[in-house]
Design a protein around this ligand. Structure first.
Ligand SMILES: *[C@@H]1O[C@H](CO)[C@@H](O)[C@H](O)[C@H]1NC(C)=O
Ligand SMILES: *[C@@H]1O[C@H](CO)[C@@H](O)[C@H](O)[C@H]1NC(C)=O
Ligand SMILES: *[C@@H]1O[C@H](CO)[C@@H](O)[C@H](O)[C@H]1NC(C)=O
Ligand SMILES: *[C@@H]1O[C@H](CO)[C@@H](O)[C@H](O)[C@H]1NC(C)=O
Ligand SMILES: *[C@@H]1O[C@H](CO)[C@@H](O)[C@H](O)[C@H]1NC(C)=O
Ligand SMILES: *[C@@H]1O[C@H](CO)[C@@H](O)[C@H](O)[C@H]1NC(C)=O
Length: 558
């Protein structure tokens, strides 16, 4: 109310002074938006819209009231607050409607940035395997264990996640159920069997809690960080385990505020930090990302954090421009690595090829991959729950440069066989020389409830693809061959679904799309290749709400 009075006073006192009109309009505008912003930041005004949204959710999704209310209530205030902080910010709004001249909001000139980055690209040839021996490392992603998993429970209970005691009796198996997340003992079996291999290190690309996202809390989600870390400590007491969390780490799912994330980062760093040095721990807390030289080698591991590009992280509405300066940090890390003669692995949760990663962020990383392809020997991701890979290409040359290896999930959710993988890599160049994909035949395992099942080697890329190596060029040729190889494409597709037959087979149209997805490194480039005009209405809408990268220049004090 005070603001309204102030606006009227300003209008009354200064309204007639012609010369100062613009300044006055600007002041009035700012006062008005201060008021509007404050009003929209009041949670009480959202209770009625939330009730309406809950009703719609119940009606159209068929979920119960607690599920709809839980999911909506958790997110609405994040969305409305973040949008209000961005779009009703007095400086921003009054600049947008051109009532204030300062500060200005200047769009990043991406082309210019990209040209600058690529200008220093050395003409070094792409690394090739040295054939001087290999080492092995493990990769697990999307573990999603459920501490409440119950054998013999209802697995089709009408909720997004079932197989709990309170869902009533049913047919869920001893080792898991294709409709649910996995019991802890299935993960323990996977970790224990992975530890029988001679591994130099293990990477974990996040997502530990179950999918009961409507009924979680900060402490509930953090418990899963400890449960999983303890299991790795038990089976890998002396092998480095390098961890990066995913979009299911924080509460609510996807939501991590760049300006207020210590509630999550402090415990996560505490729980997973035993293999990190002091510098890595500090960077993880301040940038959500870190780099670590694997001891005794020239291999620099860079753990990126795709919460900075997750289009479900609505906190980024406030400012989507290089959240926490991670891109700037990454460029610096790569430049340092190049100068020091190091070789780099990236690992992160969401592949930059995924439509879930905001376009601008993905395009920046794609550019850095092009520029530093001479030292980037591998990229490792999860998130999709499927077994897949994507090739990054030269921006100006289109040549295949690097591969995003995406590991399938340890969880069965949904309809998948629990999986983990072992990479073999060149001792000298660190290039991945083979991928050994292990998985559990869950249906068979459940026939013997009391016998510990085995994660079997399902296939190795070299054997199955019949290729001579896994360099970007060879994989590019292999990917293109799938367009006219129905058998090969179907085989790829079956492995994508971890050996569980997909509902449909991969016909000619599917094969053309598959080639696009394998041979381009971002969802936008894949879309262009597929001749599709956009990535779907909801993605376009979300991208529009986040808006372009912009820098605030100048101040509001005149
Ligand atoms: C939420 O989880 C608790 C156990 O932590 C359970 O008792 C309750 O039934 C769950 N509520 C819903 C709506 O699923
Ligand atoms: C962005 O930079 C490029 C190259 O420097 C230039 O040609 C182009 O006009 C700039 N675009 C805008 C919108 O300023
Ligand atoms: C920061 O996050 C904590 C934990 O979610 C919350 O309790 C607190 O209100 C937040 N602070 C601000 C300033 O948003
Ligand atoms: C098609 O793919 C299969 C499986 O990868 C492979 O064995 C076969 O040689 C391929 N056929 C051609 C003509 O490339
Ligand atoms: C896109 O269009 C081109 C030219 O018409 C065609 O050759 C190509 O197969 C199309 N791509 C897909 C994935 O359909
Ligand atoms: C967003 O944050 C960046 C720093 O990360 C800053 O340079 C930029 O000005 C901010 N953008 C806006 C619109 O406030």
């Amino acid at each position: 109310m005070k603001s309204l009075v102030l606006i009227c006073m300003l209008l009354g006192v200064f309204g007639s002074l012609e010369t100062k009109n613009k300044l006055i309009e600007c002041e009035v505008c700012r006062e008005a938006f201060k008021y509007i912003q404050k009003w929209t930041l009041n949670p009480d005004i959202w209770s009625f819209p939330i009730d309406v949204a809950v009703e719609i959710c119940i009606k159209f999704n068929g979920y119960t009231e607690p599920v709809c209310r839980g999911a909506i209530q958790e997110n609405v205030l994040i969305v409305t607050e973040s949008l209000a902080r961005r779009y009703f910010d007095p400086d921003f709004a009054c600049s947008a409607i051109e009532l204030c001249d300062s500060p200005k909001y200047v769009r990043e000139n991406f082309t210019e940035w990209q040209n600058n980055v690529l200008a220093s690209k050395p003409s070094a040839p792409a690394p090739t395997p040295s054939n001087q021996g290999t080492f092995k490392f493990g990769h697990m992603s999307d573990l999603h264990i459920d501490a409440f998993y119950q054998e013999g429970a209802n697995s089709n209970c009408g909720l997004p996640l079932c197989c709990r005691e309170w869902n009533g009796p049913g047919t869920s198996g001893s080792w898991g159920d294709y409709n649910c997340d996995i019991p802890v003992k299935t993960l323990e079996t996977a970790i224990s069997q992975m530890s029988n291999q001679d591994l130099d290190f293990v990477i974990i690309t996040g997502d530990l809690p179950p999918h009961d996202v409507w009924n979680q809390s900060q402490s509930y989600n953090l418990q899963y960080q400890s449960i999983v870390a303890n299991l790795f400590e038990k089976y890998f007491p002396t092998t480095p385990v390098y961890y990066m969390f995913g979009n299911h780490g924080p509460f609510p799912v996807n939501a991590l505020d760049p300006t207020n994330s210590s509630w999550f980062l402090n415990p996560v760093t505490e729980i997973w930090g035993s293999w990190l040095d002091a510098q890595a721990i500090a960077t993880l807390k301040s940038k959500w990302a870190y780099s670590m030289v694997h001891p005794g080698t020239n291999l620099k591991l860079i753990a990126l954090n795709t919460q900075a590009c997750n289009n479900g992280n609505f906190f980024l509405f406030v400012n989507v421009t290089d959240p926490l300066g991670q891109i700037e940090w990454l460029e610096n890390e790569l430049s340092q690595a190049e100068k020091s003669g190091q070789v780099v692995y990236f690992y992160a949760h969401i592949p930059i090829a995924s439509g879930d990663c905001l376009y601008a962020w993905a395009a920046h990383v794609n550019t850095l991959i092009d520029r530093y392809s001479n030292i980037i020997a591998g990229q490792f991701y999860g998130h999709t729950h499927n077994d897949e890979w994507h090739i990054n290409r030269g921006i100006k040359t289109n040549e295949p440069l690097s591969i995003q290896w995406v590991a399938p999930s340890v969880t069965t959710y949904q309809g998948l066989n629990p999986s983990f993988r072992i990479y073999e890599a060149d001792t000298v160049t660190k290039l991945v020389t083979d991928v050994h994909q292990y998985r559990l035949d869950l249906a068979a395992a459940n026939l013997n409830p009391t016998v510990t099942p085995t994660f079997e080697l399902a296939y190795s890329y070299l054997d199955l693809y019949g290729v001579s190596d896994l360099t970007p060029q060879t994989m590019f040729e292999y990917a293109n061959s799938l367009a006219s190889n129905a058998t090969g494409a179907q085989q790829w597709w079956d492995n994508y679904y971890t050996g569980r037959n997909p509902s449909s087979s991969c016909n000619a149209a599917c094969r053309n799309n598959l080639v696009c997805e394998l041979t381009w490194g971002t969802s936008v480039l894949q879309g262009v290749c597929k001749n599709s005009t956009g990535s779907g209405l909801s993605n376009e809408l979300v991208e529009a709400l986040f808006g372009p990268w912009e820098y605030k220049v100048g101040s509001s004090i005149i």
